[in-house]
Design a protein. Sequence first.
Length: 320
Amino acid sequence: MDVKLRAQSLIEFGLPRNWIALVVERFAQGGITSLTSNELYMIVKRVCNILRTEASVIDVRGDCRVVGNLHGSIESLQAIFRTYGWPSDVCYVFLGDYLATIDDKIQTNVFVLLLIFKVVYPKHILLLRGASECEHCAADMGLLDLLTTSFTASLYREFKSVFKYLPLAARANGVHLMCNASLSLKRGNLLDLEQVVRPCTICHRDGIMRLLARQPSRLGDHTLQADPLEDFDEGETEDVCEAISFMKRSNMKICVRNEGIEQSLAGGYNVEGRQCNVISIASASNIRGQPCQGVVLAVHRNAPPRCTRLIRRRPSRMFG
């Protein structure tokens, strides 16, 4: 397995250069429970320190790949790296919702593996906040029980810190907005999101609106008003109208999101808006028990975004 480690990250970790490689190899065989409490604590702590240095809205310059919901599928993440390249060479933006439940059991392997990669490739693994990245939602899904049973209660506190420091959105090449579908775009503009102070907890759609309401110096009546309904087609949902209005107020051209709770993206993506400028994507091969043709969105500096479907191979090992 060629992990192409960043030596400086591992030196800062105070660990042997092959430590991450060994952790990933063991993790590939047994998942999160194959790690020790100390190993997991150090990974999560290091990621939290990295996230503190990132802005609430990350600026991405150059080409990147945007990944939607993975629904706990480690195979889908494997297919993405095999199809588009290792994070040492490709910048990936993940749109959140890393935790999932299958048969009432929480799936953490995707999230933990992304945290490991964030340590090794901090500039090429960009993690945005989703609906599940909240201490209350994660606890309801079973993360608290898992960590306190298999590890220690202090680990859950570190996971909560990661949730609170995750960036809210990303901006690619100045014109492409990338965010989770749970982030409300009803009020304000991108500058308001940039000025949100972290750590902060956002547990539902209206959370960001209340955060903005605490910043009266930034928000006036003109920023709180959406565009008139007659500016939109009758078939457009309120959610899409809000995204279009937000982009107009922020001088953005395209909004890329993961699929919403009520969406069903069997084809992997959906394009909405009069100018086809609101794109929803799903990157898993299975969504809530239904097969899906998972896609990844390619964002290029000098070309329109393009959705491409994943190439899947018969799974053997997780990596290799």
